[in-house]
Design a binder for this molecule. Sequence first.
Ligand code: GLU
Length: 506
Amino acid sequence: MSIKPRVRFAPSPTGPLHMGGVRTALYNYLFAKKHGGQFILRIEDTDQTRFVQGAEEYIRTALEWCNLIPDESPWNLPGDEPYRQSERKPLYKQYVDLLLEKGHAYYAFDTAEELEFIRERAKAAGSVNWQYNHISRTQMKNSLTLPQQEVEERLARGDEYVVRIKLLRNEEVRLNDTIRGWVSVNTSNMDDKVLFKSDGMPTYHMANVVDDYLMKITHVIRGEEWLPSAPLHVLLYKYLGWEENMPQFAHLPLLLRPDGNGKLSKRDGDRLGFPVFPIDWENKETAETASGYREKGFYPDAFVNMLAFLGWNPGTDQEIYSLDQLVEEFSLERVSKSGAKFDFEKAKWFNQQYLRRRTGAHLSEDVKTELEKQKIAVPDQLASICQLMKERAIFPADIIEEGDFFFKPIQFDPQSVSKKWKPDSASQLRSLKDRLSELPTFTAAAIEKAFGLELSERSLSFGQLGPIFRIALTGRFTGPSAFSIAEILGKPECLLRMDSAIQTLG
Ligand code: GLU
């Protein structure tokens, strides 16, 4: 790519950022970095009625957690230009005026009640989808139908109004989307969208196009739900005389529910048994909460790796990619058209792969944090415990749960233990204990060897002694090698546990 791309992620602060939104941010980031360009974050807060306290902070924290740091954003300003649309308010009117002047837009004075009345009437007559368009506008109160003097009077006395785009009756709008190919819509199927309101605020469409132009955005990479708006945006570029600067559009496939049944939406919250948000969310005003991947124990790089594969693939079998490797490999050409089914099991698989790749020191740190959260004392042998339990864990907390016997006193469940604990078990265990107490070095190999000798000398099968040794040390029937567990526990603790099992289960 000869020119360095400038792309933007443009969320509206109307609630927590959905994981689909994070994927959009990620693809923008990857595309920008791959081509040495800029990744910009713009807050689209023109609709003040949908503003939610804390949402912008959430967006920032979530992107930071994922390590998707914008080059330009409201909290990282390279120049004087604001990156929140509410702060850019004075910029838009001149462009609305330009459209009015050129006859590509008009004032409309219809009140909300009047519009509602017309919609209801149309519905009653069997037309459910009434639109303000090139036909209906001839019957409405606007600067195309009212005498010019009345329009001027209304504006002068401060009547409320909106500015609508004036679509031609039969114009074919075409755009070549990088992902979807040619998309073509006729204006007879579009409506005269509101661009601006008399309170001085532009609507999403107007602000979005003006800002993409002013911020010199080269590629608009966003979710498929914005595809229906794209023809309108193309027309705005044309009517404003900015066709040469029109960005290349790329509309990303939807994220679908695991059963493929519909879009994975914000409203799915925790209903489907997994989070749909990157980090925990709490709406201070409504007390509504939703859980996030961070708090579930996901590693950010695993989460990002998983998201990258929802709609894109590198065309090879490799699935584990660091963010830098993703930058290297990413291309919009390999983004698929069809919706990407989300699979929580696969998400967990990614996390497991990342957990397995953690160095011992890092994993110990993760588990230590978790232990502190759960107010459990941190054992000295934590590093060895982590090493041993690693294969059985998806999240750091699993190491504590699966290896509970390393962290908390053992609770024997007499009913299940009785299946393995036979009348001879106590004496067999005592004999093993005596042999182990003689060992000069208490390593897994030495313990295993002593155990083997005990079996052969006393003519026992592994099935007779193995399970009771494990039960004595862990209170469990399954787990990693009991010899390795014994080594980590150390000789005194191991002998103590064997003693206590003999006494309790006798
Ligand atoms: N503000 C829109 C949103 O919330 C941005 C759409 C776009 O990227 O153009 O997703």
